[in-house]
Design a protein around this ligand. Structure first.
Ligand code: FE
Ligand code: FE
Ligand code: FE
Length: 166
């Protein structure tokens, strides 16, 4: 990669891979969540994620970049960590852990789309930048929603505390 256009192309394919991987992960997290509100939040973001893939398809055709995913080790690692939470926790701990794992994914996406949007601006693709900004806003809103769910309900649920050590 030598140019900003090369980087843009590579990173666009990286997020395309990430969105497809997250489609599967969100279904798993929806199934694993105990709280009805949290299940709904994952279901809603799954719908948005499918819409984001359609937006990315448009961006590929607008920029002439080949519409394919490029393996993203970062999102694979974040998803793997989330699967570990599901295996190793239950009850309130699982819901709080799922929120934490999902927010790691949202932060990854926010970082990538923020960068991609600015690269699109720099490359003179204003309409592409506007489409990427739409996705960026959805990722930020999802992250804020998860924070509110954690702070206003999940973290307040009765929980078992470890007995104090003697
Ligand atoms: Fe996304
Ligand atoms: Fe990546
Ligand atoms: Fe997302």
């Amino acid at each position: 990669m030598k140019t900003l256009a090369d980087l843009f192309e590579h990173t666009l394919q990286d997020v395309y891979y990430a969105e497809h991987a997250l489609t599967k992960a969100l279904k798993t997290m929806q199934g694993a969540a105990g709280s009805a509100e949290l299940k709904t939040a994952f279901a809603d973001h799954l719908k948005e994620t499918k819409e984001q893939i359609r937006i990315l398809d448009q961006v590929f055709s607008m920029t002439g970049v080949e519409a394919r995913g490029e393996k993203c080790d970062a999102i694979d690692g974040i998803i793997k960590e989330g699967e570990g939470v599901i295996e190793e926790s239950e009850g309130v701990a699982r819901d709080a852990g799922l929120i934490a794992a999902a927010q790691a994914a949202e932060h990854y996406e926010i970082a990538r789309y923020g960068t991609l949007k600015e690269w699109a601006v720099a490359l003179g693709h204003d309409e592409v930048a506007a489409q990427l900004d739409r996705i960026l806003m959805q990722e930020k809103a999802c992250n804020n929603k998860l924070t509110a769910l954690a702070v206003d309900s999940i973290n307040k649920a009765p929980r078992k505390r470890a007995a104090p050590k003697k």
